[in-house]
Design a protein around this ligand. Structure first.
Ligand SMILES: [Zn+2]
Length: 180
C-alpha cells in the first residue's frame, strides 16, 4: 500500500535533521506499508507525540473499570463469548473505551465465530497502530488505539475479502455508539 508522507502526517512530525527520514527507513526495509510508516512514527514518538492522549497509570485506573483497565491498559484478553459486542449486529461506530477515538464501523464487522468482535478493516488507516507481540511465543500483531495507545486486540491474515484481514478485538476495550 503506497502512502504519501503528507497523508501519514510524517512531514509534520519530522522536525530534527539527525533522525532517519521515511526514505532511509524504506531503503532499509525495501517496502512501504501503512504499518511500517506507523511503526516508524511510533519509534520517534518522543519528538512530537502521535499520541494525543497521555495519562498516568493511576489516572487510567481511576477512569476505567477493572476489566477495562486490565485489557486496554495492561494488554489482557477477555474470555471468548464473554464480551458485549461479539454478536452485536447493530449499525454504528466502535470507539476506544479509553479516549473515544473512532476505531471500527459496523460496516466492516463480520461473524468470525471466535467469540470476539471481528472486523476486516479499521474505520481509518490511522485510527489504530500495530506492534509485534510475542507473548504466546509465536509472532502476533497487536492492534492499539492511535490516540491513547490502548490495547484493542490482534490482527490476523485469515479474514474475509476485501482485505483478508481479521481484527480480533476485545469488547471491553470498545464503546459502541449506535447510528441510524
Ligand atoms: Zn484510545
Amino acid at each position: 500500500m503506497a502512502v504519501s508522507m503528507d497523508a501519514m502526517g510524517l512531514q509534520k512530525s519530522r522536525s530534527r535533521s539527525d533522525t532517519p527520514t521515511l526514505k532511509s527507513v524504506c531503503d532499509e526495509t525495501g517496502a512501504v506499508s501503512a504499518e511500517e510508516v506507523i511503526l516508524f512514527r511510533a519509534l520517534y514518538a518522543n519528538e512530537e507525540s502521535w499520541m494525543k492522549i497521555t495519562k498516568t497509570d493511576e489516572e487510567w485506573r481511576e477512569l476505567l473499570t477493572p476489566a477495562q483497565y486490565r485489557v486496554a491498559r495492561k494488554g489482557g484478553t477477555e474470555g471468548a463469548f464473554s464480551g458485549d459486542y461479539y454478536d452485536l449486529k447493530d449499525a454504528g461506530i466502535y470507539r476506544c473505551v479509553c479516549c473515544g477515538n473512532a476505531l471500527f464501523s459496523s460496516e466492516t464487522k463480520f461473524d468470525s465465530g471466535t467469540g470476539w468482535p471481528s472486523f476486516w478493516a479499521p474505520i481509518r488507516d490511522d485510527s489504530v497502530r500495530y506492534e509485534d507481540d510475542y507473548k504466546l511465543l509465536v509472532r502476533r500483531t497487536e492492534v492499539r488505539c492511535m490516540e491513547c495507545d490502548a490495547h484493542l486486540g490482534h490482527v490476523f491474515d485469515d479474514g474475509p475479502a476485501p482485505t483478508g484481514r481479521r481484527y480480533c478485538l476485545n469488547s471491553v476495550a470498545l464503546q459502541f455508539e449506535a447510528q441510524d
